[in-house]
Design a protein around this ligand. Sequence first.
Ligand code: GAF
Length: 376
Amino acid sequence: MQFLENFTPQLIVDSPGRINIIGEHTDYNLGYILPTAIDKTIKFSFQKNGSENTCQIYSLGYDTGFEADLGSIAKSEVQWENYVLGVLHQIALRTDKLRGFDCIIESKLPIGSGVSSSAALECGLAYGLNELFDLGLSKIDIVELSRAAEHNYVGTKCGIMDQYASVMSKEGHVILLDCESLEATYIPIEIAPYRILLLNTNVSHSLATGEYNTRRSECESGVAMIQAQNTEVKALRHVDLQTLATYKDTMDPIVYKRCSYVIEENQRVLDAVKALKENDLKTLGTLMYETHQGLSEQYEVSCPELDFLVDFSKGRDGVLGARMMGGGFGGCTINLVHEDAMEAFIEAASKAYAEKFNIALTAFEAQPREGTSIVK
Ligand code: GAF
Protein backbone atom coordinates (compact mmCIF):
# COMPACT_ATOMS: atom_id res chain seq x y z
CA MET A 1 0.00 0.00 0.00
CA GLN A 2 1.23 3.42 -0.93
CA PHE A 3 0.95 5.04 2.50
CA LEU A 4 3.62 2.71 3.89
CA GLU A 5 6.30 4.69 2.04
CA ASN A 6 5.58 7.91 3.93
CA PHE A 7 4.41 6.65 7.26
CA THR A 8 5.26 8.66 10.39
CA PRO A 9 3.25 7.33 13.31
CA GLN A 10 1.63 9.99 15.48
CA LEU A 11 0.47 7.43 18.02
CA ILE A 12 1.47 3.88 18.99
CA VAL A 13 -0.81 1.70 21.07
CA ASP A 14 -0.19 -1.73 22.61
CA SER A 15 -3.24 -3.93 23.06
CA PRO A 16 -2.87 -7.17 25.04
CA GLY A 17 -4.38 -10.63 24.82
CA ARG A 18 -5.74 -12.20 27.97
CA ILE A 19 -5.73 -15.27 30.14
CA ASN A 20 -8.55 -16.40 32.36
CA ILE A 21 -7.61 -18.20 35.57
CA ILE A 22 -11.08 -19.69 35.91
CA GLY A 23 -14.70 -18.89 34.99
CA GLU A 24 -15.24 -20.09 31.44
CA HIS A 25 -18.52 -19.50 29.56
CA THR A 26 -19.87 -17.74 32.63
CA ASP A 27 -19.63 -14.17 31.30
CA TYR A 28 -22.66 -14.25 28.98
CA ASN A 29 -24.57 -16.01 31.77
CA LEU A 30 -23.90 -12.89 33.89
CA GLY A 31 -21.69 -14.80 36.32
CA TYR A 32 -18.09 -14.39 37.49
CA ILE A 33 -14.78 -14.49 35.64
CA LEU A 34 -11.13 -14.11 36.70
CA PRO A 35 -9.13 -12.84 33.71
CA THR A 36 -6.20 -10.50 33.17
CA ALA A 37 -4.32 -9.05 30.23
CA ILE A 38 -0.95 -10.61 29.39
CA ASP A 39 2.41 -9.51 28.07
CA LYS A 40 1.63 -10.60 24.50
CA THR A 41 0.18 -7.73 22.51
CA ILE A 42 -0.86 -6.30 19.19
CA LYS A 43 0.89 -3.07 18.31
CA PHE A 44 -0.98 -0.35 16.38
CA SER A 45 0.76 2.59 14.72
CA PHE A 46 -1.51 5.42 13.57
CA GLN A 47 -1.31 8.58 11.54
CA LYS A 48 -4.06 10.94 10.44
CA ASN A 49 -4.03 11.13 6.66
CA GLY A 50 -5.96 14.38 6.25
CA SER A 51 -8.83 12.84 4.32
CA GLU A 52 -12.49 12.94 5.33
CA ASN A 53 -13.25 9.27 4.93
CA THR A 54 -10.36 7.16 3.72
CA CYS A 55 -8.92 4.63 6.16
CA GLN A 56 -5.96 2.48 5.16
CA ILE A 57 -5.13 -0.49 7.32
CA TYR A 58 -2.14 -2.75 6.85
CA SER A 59 -1.36 -5.98 8.72
CA LEU A 60 2.33 -6.85 8.89
CA GLY A 61 1.49 -10.42 9.92
CA TYR A 62 -0.80 -11.09 6.96
CA ASP A 63 1.38 -8.87 4.76
CA THR A 64 -1.71 -7.35 3.27
CA GLY A 65 -3.97 -4.37 3.77
CA PHE A 66 -7.25 -2.82 2.74
CA GLU A 67 -8.99 0.50 2.39
CA ALA A 68 -12.26 1.43 4.07
CA ASP A 69 -14.52 4.39 3.36
CA LEU A 70 -16.10 5.86 6.49
CA GLY A 71 -19.05 6.97 4.37
CA SER A 72 -19.96 3.41 3.39
CA ILE A 73 -18.78 0.85 5.91
CA ALA A 74 -19.96 -2.67 5.16
CA LYS A 75 -18.94 -6.23 6.03
CA SER A 76 -16.10 -7.82 4.13
CA GLU A 77 -15.58 -11.36 2.82
CA VAL A 78 -12.23 -11.36 4.62
CA GLN A 79 -12.75 -12.20 8.28
CA TRP A 80 -9.91 -10.19 9.89
CA GLU A 81 -11.10 -7.07 8.07
CA ASN A 82 -14.46 -7.46 9.80
CA TYR A 83 -12.89 -6.89 13.22
CA VAL A 84 -11.64 -3.53 11.96
CA LEU A 85 -14.79 -2.63 10.00
CA GLY A 86 -17.01 -3.63 12.91
CA VAL A 87 -15.14 -1.23 15.19
CA LEU A 88 -15.33 1.62 12.65
CA HIS A 89 -19.05 0.99 12.29
CA GLN A 90 -19.59 1.06 16.05
CA ILE A 91 -17.58 4.27 16.44
CA ALA A 92 -19.61 5.90 13.66
CA LEU A 93 -22.79 5.03 15.58
CA ARG A 94 -21.47 6.97 18.59
CA THR A 95 -19.69 10.01 17.15
CA ASP A 96 -19.11 11.87 13.88
CA LYS A 97 -15.61 12.99 14.84
CA LEU A 98 -13.74 10.15 13.16
CA ARG A 99 -11.76 11.08 10.02
CA GLY A 100 -9.38 9.36 7.60
CA PHE A 101 -6.35 7.57 9.10
CA ASP A 102 -3.62 5.09 8.26
CA CYS A 103 -2.78 2.23 10.58
CA ILE A 104 -0.17 -0.51 10.68
CA ILE A 105 -0.95 -3.56 12.80
CA GLU A 106 1.76 -5.86 14.15
CA SER A 107 0.67 -8.85 16.22
CA LYS A 108 2.73 -10.84 18.69
CA LEU A 109 -0.41 -12.74 19.69
CA PRO A 110 -0.97 -16.20 18.31
CA ILE A 111 -4.27 -16.14 16.36
CA GLY A 112 -6.98 -18.67 17.23
CA SER A 113 -5.15 -19.80 20.34
CA GLY A 114 -7.67 -18.78 22.98
CA VAL A 115 -5.75 -15.73 24.24
CA SER A 116 -8.17 -13.46 22.42
CA SER A 117 -6.28 -11.84 19.62
CA SER A 118 -9.70 -10.73 18.36
CA ALA A 119 -10.52 -8.56 21.39
CA ALA A 120 -6.98 -7.16 21.34
CA LEU A 121 -7.49 -6.17 17.72
CA GLU A 122 -10.87 -4.54 18.31
CA CYS A 123 -9.93 -2.76 21.53
CA GLY A 124 -6.52 -1.55 20.35
CA LEU A 125 -8.03 0.00 17.25
CA ALA A 126 -10.87 1.66 19.17
CA TYR A 127 -8.50 2.88 21.89
CA GLY A 128 -6.06 4.36 19.38
CA LEU A 129 -8.73 6.11 17.31
CA ASN A 130 -10.26 7.51 20.48
CA GLU A 131 -6.91 9.09 21.36
CA LEU A 132 -6.01 10.21 17.85
CA PHE A 133 -9.32 11.98 17.16
CA ASP A 134 -10.27 12.84 20.71
CA LEU A 135 -13.56 10.98 20.35
CA GLY A 136 -14.46 11.27 24.03
CA LEU A 137 -15.12 7.56 24.54
CA SER A 138 -14.59 6.11 28.01
CA LYS A 139 -12.75 2.83 28.58
CA ILE A 140 -16.01 1.01 29.17
CA ASP A 141 -17.40 2.50 25.91
CA ILE A 142 -14.40 0.98 24.16
CA VAL A 143 -15.10 -2.39 25.78
CA GLU A 144 -18.78 -2.29 24.82
CA LEU A 145 -18.31 -1.09 21.27
CA SER A 146 -15.62 -3.69 20.62
CA ARG A 147 -17.94 -6.41 21.86
CA ALA A 148 -20.75 -5.09 19.66
CA ALA A 149 -18.36 -5.16 16.68
CA GLU A 150 -17.69 -8.83 17.34
CA HIS A 151 -21.40 -9.61 17.61
CA ASN A 152 -22.46 -7.70 14.51
CA TYR A 153 -19.55 -7.94 12.09
CA VAL A 154 -17.75 -11.13 13.11
CA GLY A 155 -20.82 -13.07 14.23
CA THR A 156 -19.64 -14.41 17.61
CA LYS A 157 -22.16 -13.58 20.32
CA CYS A 158 -19.39 -13.29 22.88
CA GLY A 159 -19.62 -12.17 26.49
CA ILE A 160 -17.69 -9.26 27.94
CA MET A 161 -14.61 -11.03 29.24
CA ASP A 162 -12.09 -10.63 26.46
CA GLN A 163 -12.67 -6.97 25.72
CA TYR A 164 -12.91 -6.11 29.42
CA ALA A 165 -9.63 -7.84 30.27
CA SER A 166 -7.85 -6.35 27.28
CA VAL A 167 -8.76 -2.78 28.27
CA MET A 168 -9.27 -2.74 32.05
CA SER A 169 -6.50 -4.95 33.47
CA LYS A 170 -3.88 -3.78 35.96
CA GLU A 171 -0.33 -5.06 36.08
CA GLY A 172 0.20 -7.93 38.53
CA HIS A 173 -3.53 -8.41 39.19
CA VAL A 174 -6.39 -10.57 38.05
CA ILE A 175 -9.90 -9.14 37.82
CA LEU A 176 -12.78 -10.75 39.62
CA LEU A 177 -15.55 -9.39 37.44
CA ASP A 178 -19.20 -9.71 38.28
CA CYS A 179 -20.58 -9.77 34.74
CA GLU A 180 -24.01 -8.63 35.89
CA SER A 181 -23.13 -5.49 37.85
CA LEU A 182 -19.72 -5.04 36.16
CA GLU A 183 -18.25 -4.57 39.61
CA ALA A 184 -14.54 -5.35 39.33
CA THR A 185 -12.29 -6.43 42.19
CA TYR A 186 -8.58 -6.38 41.41
CA ILE A 187 -6.75 -9.21 43.16
CA PRO A 188 -2.94 -9.32 43.30
CA ILE A 189 -1.66 -12.47 41.68
CA GLU A 190 1.22 -13.53 43.91
CA ILE A 191 1.83 -17.14 43.07
CA ALA A 192 5.65 -17.45 43.10
CA PRO A 193 7.36 -19.91 42.87
CA TYR A 194 4.51 -21.05 40.62
CA ARG A 195 3.99 -19.61 37.18
CA ILE A 196 1.31 -19.49 34.53
CA LEU A 197 2.27 -21.54 31.54
CA LEU A 198 0.29 -21.64 28.33
CA LEU A 199 0.56 -24.64 26.05
CA ASN A 200 -0.76 -23.88 22.59
CA THR A 201 -2.20 -26.94 20.85
CA ASN A 202 -1.81 -25.05 17.57
CA VAL A 203 -5.17 -26.36 16.49
CA SER A 204 -8.25 -24.23 16.02
CA HIS A 205 -11.24 -26.32 15.03
CA SER A 206 -13.66 -24.55 12.74
CA LEU A 207 -16.62 -25.41 14.99
CA ALA A 208 -15.71 -22.60 17.33
CA THR A 209 -18.05 -19.75 16.35
CA GLY A 210 -21.11 -21.86 15.56
CA GLU A 211 -20.80 -24.02 18.66
CA TYR A 212 -20.14 -20.98 20.83
CA ASN A 213 -23.41 -19.37 19.75
CA THR A 214 -25.20 -22.70 20.21
CA ARG A 215 -23.95 -22.96 23.82
CA ARG A 216 -25.17 -19.47 24.47
CA SER A 217 -28.66 -20.22 23.16
CA GLU A 218 -28.78 -23.54 25.05
CA CYS A 219 -28.19 -21.60 28.27
CA GLU A 220 -30.82 -19.06 27.26
CA SER A 221 -33.38 -21.77 26.62
CA GLY A 222 -32.69 -23.22 30.09
CA VAL A 223 -33.23 -19.76 31.58
CA ALA A 224 -36.46 -19.27 29.59
CA MET A 225 -37.87 -22.46 31.07
CA ILE A 226 -37.05 -21.44 34.64
CA GLN A 227 -38.23 -17.89 34.00
CA ALA A 228 -41.67 -19.18 33.07
CA GLN A 229 -42.02 -20.17 36.76
CA ASN A 230 -40.01 -17.33 38.27
CA THR A 231 -39.78 -14.01 36.47
CA GLU A 232 -36.94 -12.84 38.74
CA VAL A 233 -34.58 -15.18 36.90
CA LYS A 234 -32.88 -13.25 34.11
CA ALA A 235 -29.79 -15.44 33.63
CA LEU A 236 -28.18 -18.62 34.97
CA ARG A 237 -26.47 -16.37 37.47
CA HIS A 238 -29.79 -16.27 39.35
CA VAL A 239 -30.24 -20.05 39.49
CA ASP A 240 -28.77 -22.50 42.03
CA LEU A 241 -28.23 -26.23 41.57
CA GLN A 242 -31.16 -27.09 43.81
CA THR A 243 -33.57 -25.07 41.69
CA LEU A 244 -32.13 -26.49 38.50
CA ALA A 245 -32.60 -30.03 39.85
CA THR A 246 -36.38 -29.49 39.95
CA TYR A 247 -36.25 -29.30 36.12
CA LYS A 248 -34.25 -32.49 35.67
CA ASP A 249 -37.13 -34.50 34.24
CA THR A 250 -38.62 -31.78 32.07
CA MET A 251 -35.62 -29.94 30.69
CA ASP A 252 -33.84 -31.15 27.56
CA PRO A 253 -30.94 -33.25 28.96
CA ILE A 254 -28.34 -31.39 26.93
CA VAL A 255 -29.62 -28.02 28.12
CA TYR A 256 -29.66 -29.38 31.67
CA LYS A 257 -26.02 -30.44 31.38
CA ARG A 258 -24.98 -27.04 30.04
CA CYS A 259 -26.82 -25.20 32.80
CA SER A 260 -25.38 -27.32 35.60
CA TYR A 261 -21.86 -26.70 34.29
CA VAL A 262 -22.39 -22.92 34.32
CA ILE A 263 -23.85 -22.86 37.83
CA GLU A 264 -21.01 -25.03 39.17
CA GLU A 265 -18.40 -22.93 37.37
CA ASN A 266 -19.67 -19.72 38.96
CA GLN A 267 -19.13 -21.24 42.37
CA ARG A 268 -15.67 -22.45 41.35
CA VAL A 269 -14.65 -18.86 40.53
CA LEU A 270 -15.57 -17.73 44.03
CA ASP A 271 -13.76 -20.73 45.54
CA ALA A 272 -10.73 -19.97 43.40
CA VAL A 273 -10.63 -16.36 44.58
CA LYS A 274 -10.67 -17.55 48.18
CA ALA A 275 -7.87 -20.02 47.43
CA LEU A 276 -5.84 -17.33 45.67
CA LYS A 277 -6.22 -14.92 48.59
CA GLU A 278 -5.14 -17.65 51.02
CA ASN A 279 -2.28 -18.66 48.74
CA ASP A 280 -3.76 -22.15 48.62
CA LEU A 281 -2.52 -22.96 45.13
CA LYS A 282 -3.18 -26.66 45.50
CA THR A 283 -6.90 -25.97 45.80
CA LEU A 284 -6.72 -23.51 42.91
CA GLY A 285 -5.12 -26.22 40.76
CA THR A 286 -7.79 -28.76 41.72
CA LEU A 287 -10.51 -26.28 40.75
CA MET A 288 -8.84 -25.78 37.36
CA TYR A 289 -8.96 -29.54 36.74
CA GLU A 290 -12.63 -29.60 37.72
CA THR A 291 -13.34 -26.77 35.29
CA HIS A 292 -11.68 -28.69 32.50
CA GLN A 293 -13.73 -31.76 33.23
CA GLY A 294 -16.91 -29.67 33.17
CA LEU A 295 -15.95 -27.99 29.90
CA SER A 296 -15.08 -31.31 28.33
CA GLU A 297 -17.97 -33.48 29.56
CA GLN A 298 -20.86 -31.18 30.46
CA TYR A 299 -20.29 -28.18 28.22
CA GLU A 300 -18.59 -30.17 25.43
CA VAL A 301 -16.35 -27.43 24.11
CA SER A 302 -13.01 -29.21 24.45
CA CYS A 303 -11.26 -31.33 21.80
CA PRO A 304 -8.89 -34.33 21.83
CA GLU A 305 -5.77 -32.16 21.74
CA LEU A 306 -6.81 -30.10 24.79
CA ASP A 307 -7.99 -33.17 26.71
CA PHE A 308 -4.70 -34.90 25.99
CA LEU A 309 -2.60 -32.03 27.36
CA VAL A 310 -4.70 -31.69 30.50
CA ASP A 311 -4.58 -35.44 31.14
CA PHE A 312 -0.86 -35.46 30.49
CA SER A 313 -0.28 -32.78 33.13
CA LYS A 314 -2.02 -34.73 35.89
CA GLY A 315 0.33 -35.99 38.60
CA ARG A 316 3.41 -34.44 36.90
CA ASP A 317 6.10 -33.04 39.15
CA GLY A 318 5.42 -29.39 39.99
CA VAL A 319 2.10 -29.12 38.11
CA LEU A 320 -0.84 -28.12 40.31
CA GLY A 321 -3.58 -27.59 37.73
CA ALA A 322 -4.42 -27.34 34.04
CA ARG A 323 -7.44 -26.70 31.88
CA MET A 324 -8.48 -25.53 28.47
CA MET A 325 -8.92 -21.77 28.27
CA GLY A 326 -11.31 -19.53 26.34
CA GLY A 327 -14.14 -20.52 24.02
CA GLY A 328 -12.74 -23.98 23.28
CA PHE A 329 -12.25 -26.33 20.30
CA GLY A 330 -8.53 -25.60 20.26
CA GLY A 331 -6.15 -22.94 21.47
CA CYS A 332 -4.24 -23.11 24.73
CA THR A 333 -4.30 -24.90 28.01
CA ILE A 334 -3.48 -22.81 31.06
CA ASN A 335 -1.22 -24.57 33.55
CA LEU A 336 -0.09 -23.76 37.08
CA VAL A 337 3.51 -24.96 37.20
CA HIS A 338 6.40 -24.64 39.68
CA GLU A 339 9.26 -22.61 38.20
CA ASP A 340 11.73 -25.46 38.73
CA ALA A 341 9.49 -27.88 36.86
CA MET A 342 8.73 -25.71 33.81
CA GLU A 343 11.48 -26.86 31.51
CA ALA A 344 11.05 -30.58 32.09
CA PHE A 345 7.27 -30.30 31.83
CA ILE A 346 7.38 -28.38 28.55
CA GLU A 347 9.83 -30.85 27.10
CA ALA A 348 7.84 -33.92 28.13
CA ALA A 349 4.50 -32.44 27.02
CA SER A 350 5.91 -31.35 23.65
CA LYS A 351 7.35 -34.80 23.01
CA ALA A 352 4.18 -36.66 23.97
CA TYR A 353 1.97 -34.24 22.01
CA ALA A 354 4.08 -34.52 18.87
CA GLU A 355 4.03 -38.31 19.12
CA LYS A 356 0.27 -38.38 19.52
CA PHE A 357 -0.87 -35.69 17.04
CA ASN A 358 2.21 -35.01 14.94
CA ILE A 359 1.84 -31.32 15.77
CA ALA A 360 4.45 -29.07 17.40
CA LEU A 361 3.35 -27.59 20.71
CA THR A 362 4.16 -23.97 21.52
CA ALA A 363 4.77 -23.07 25.14
CA PHE A 364 4.93 -19.60 26.66
CA GLU A 365 4.73 -18.09 30.09
CA ALA A 366 2.01 -15.48 30.62
CA GLN A 367 2.74 -12.44 32.79
CA PRO A 368 -0.27 -10.39 33.88
CA ARG A 369 0.04 -6.81 32.60
CA GLU A 370 -1.96 -3.61 32.35
CA GLY A 371 -4.68 -3.25 29.72
CA THR A 372 -4.42 -1.38 26.41
CA SER A 373 -1.95 1.47 26.69
CA ILE A 374 -0.18 4.19 24.75
CA VAL A 375 3.44 3.48 23.90
CA LYS A 376 4.06 6.81 22.18
C1 GAF B 1 -14.61 -16.44 24.30
C2 GAF B 1 -15.59 -15.28 24.45
F1 GAF B 1 -15.21 -14.24 23.65
C3 GAF B 1 -15.70 -14.81 25.89
O1 GAF B 1 -16.70 -13.84 26.00
C4 GAF B 1 -15.99 -15.99 26.83
O2 GAF B 1 -17.34 -16.38 26.75
C5 GAF B 1 -15.05 -17.16 26.54
O3 GAF B 1 -15.02 -17.51 25.16
C6 GAF B 1 -15.44 -18.40 27.31
O4 GAF B 1 -15.33 -18.16 28.66
O5 GAF B 1 -13.31 -16.06 24.59
